[in-house]
Design a protein around this ligand. Structure first.
Ligand code: FAD
Length: 491
């Protein structure tokens, strides 16, 4: 293979992963990033003795991170370490129920059958079916381009087609869960996995029930040093193998001639490249960077996934009933998702996620204190009055946590910072501040995500959460794998 000069637009986690793989193939790689730091959504900040991971808090499928060190022939131990979580998450319900979800599947089923109205075999059967869905579809939907004929000519595809009924594509996740479980609390527990890609359980297909299998079987993890360590270690790895970074560089246009990539325009200057990979959100990639090319309107107009409103609170106390991950469920999930996807406002009793990394890394907070990352799911940004939503939400969240934990947060919060859909959008150029690109609120969503290449522009590729196979760290890392394999096969 002839060595190419490749420009990558954006140093998000997908851009960095793609850079590592392409550099390992011997190409010359330059990454252009408008921010002054790498990582995009996967970043962190420190203030007043507290350190906060700004975006993702849940780390699953660490094998995809490990893979990058293998590909680059560097010892992971010198860069990155992580540990498995024995308690996945603590759940709090409005009726007073509390539940600690354990990683071990037998212990989980034991505890769940004691807490909820469910027999152990029903739970184990649900998780087995969830595993089957993943095993049947992972190689097809997640690890290859869905837009190449070869993908459909494989043995795996035929197997998936023969087992199509087991995939629950034509039912919603909520319908599936309501059929299996009679306890509403357990339905809510399993419905919540729709939020892992920013979708609604009342619209996303039942195939999403494969996600609990990923969490239960492959486990959940915490990187030493916090989530930001994923960005930091991969950034360092990429630099060590010779990837070049240009920060504070806004890519203004992808330059093409006769339907072939020529390079990019950065701060008014033309930079030549044989191949361009865009890690920028696919909507601004078309609207801003490819102004003279016909945009795939149907793909770009797919409804966005949810966004998030986050309060980063420095809290002057430690709480033994809380763990790294804690979820305080809303009273009425259906109404909550109706607000997020239809009313474009925030339900007055939203589900609250409280993640506390100082439980794992004591230095993330001053002694005797905790760093609370307090998140609610909110609609993507379509011009709502976010200042008003922030005020109302802060009040609702405080009331809920005070009630369920029997505390008074007004006397405990000594520091606050806020991230909302507007700032997610302005800091990462993600269209409408959506966390995961388009939502998966219909059964065709996987096929309506933008492919990792473009037939009509030679040598242009796409990676990241807004294109195939989707959002979230594991899938973003896989998009880098798909792009690097496409480039290896095509050049
Ligand atoms: P981004 O991180 O959006 O990076 C894109 C980069 O491109 C940015 O740095 C941007 O500045 C740059 N860029 C864009 N346009 C240009 C341009 N024209 N010129 C130069 N640079 C440009 N995922 C999980 O797996 N687990 C979680 O628990 C989880 N929780 C989340 C919570 C929050 C609050 C958020 C925000 C996200 C969460 N996610 C989670 C999703 C996850 O963070 C994303 O899917 C992933 O980080 C996206 O990576 P990316 O590389 O696609 O894009």
């Amino acid at each position: 293979m002839k060595k190419k000069t490749i420009a990558i637009v954006g140093a998000g986690i997908a851009g960095i992963a793609t850079a590592i793989r392409l550099r390992s193939q011997g190409h010359s790689i330059s990454v252009f990033e408008v921010n002054t730091y790498p990582g995009g959504k996967l970043t962190a900040f420190s203030e007043k003795g507290y350190r906060f991971d700004m975006g993702p808090s849940l780390f699953t499928m660490p094998q995809f991170v490990e893979d990058l060190f293998r590909v680059a022939s560097k010892p992971i131990a010198e860069y990155f370490a992580y540990k498995k979580k024995e308690v996945v998450c603590n759940y709090f319900y409005e009726d007073g129920t509390t539940f600690s979800a354990l990683a071990d599947i037998t212990e989980f089923a034991d505890q769940a059958s004691k807490t909820f109205d469910v027999e152990k075999p029903v739970l184990l059967d649900y998780l087995n079916k969830s595993k089957k869905k993943y095993d049947l579809t992972a190689s097809l939907f997640l690890e290859k381009s869905l837009h190449k004929t070869a993908t459909y000519l494989s043995k795996d595809t035929l197997k998936a087609i023969f087992n199509i009924n087991a995939l629950d594509i034509s039912t919603t996740l909520d319908d599936l869960n309501t059929t299996v479980f009679k306890d509403e609390r357990l339905v809510q527990f399993y419905n919540r996995f729709a939020t892992y890609n920013g979708s609604s359980p009342y619209q996303t297909p039942g195939i999403m029930s494969m996600i609990p299998h990923l969490e239960q079987y492959y486990g959940t993890y915490f990187p030493n040093g916090g989530m930001h360590a994923i960005t930091q270690s991969l950034f360092r790895l990429s630099q060590d193998i010779g990837v070049e970074y240009h920060f504070n560089q806004n890519v203004e246009e992808i330059i093409t001639k006769a339907h072939k990539v020529q390079g990019i325009k950065v701060n008014g200057v033309f930079v030549e490249a044989d191949i361009v990979v865009s890690n920028a959100d696919v909507v601004p990639t078309y609207r801003k960077l490819l102004p003279n090319h016909k945009a795939p309107e149907k793909v770009l107009k797919q409804p966005r996934s949810s966004s998030a409103l986050i309060f980063y609170w420095g809290v002057k106390q430690q709480f033994s009933q809380l763990d790294l991950h804690n979820i305080f469920f809303s009273k009425d999930y259906k109404t909550e998702f109706d607000y997020i996807f239809n009313k474009k406002d925030v339900y007055n009793d939203p589900t609250v996620y409280v993640n506390i990394t100082s439980k794992e890394e004591p230095n993330d907070a001053p002694q005797g204190c905790e760093n609370w990352f307090v998140m609610i799911n909110v609609p993507s940004n379509t011009g709502q009055d976010w200042d008003d939503i922030i005020e109302r939400s802060r009040q609702h969240i405080k009331e809920k946590l005070n009630r369920l934990l029997d505390i008074n947060l007004d006397t405990l919060i000594e520091y606050e910072a806020i991230l909302d859909p507007r700032t997610i959008e302005s800091r990462t150029q993600s269209y409408q501040g959506a966390l995961y690109g388009a939502s998966s609120n219909n059964k065709y969503a996987a096929f309506l995500r933008h492919p990792n290449f473009k037939n009509s522009i030679k040598n242009l590729y796409f990676c990241g959460g807004s294109v195939h196979p989707g959002g979230g760290i594991p899938l973003c890392l896989l998009s880098g794998k798909i792009v690097s394999e496409l480039i290896a096969n095509q050049h």
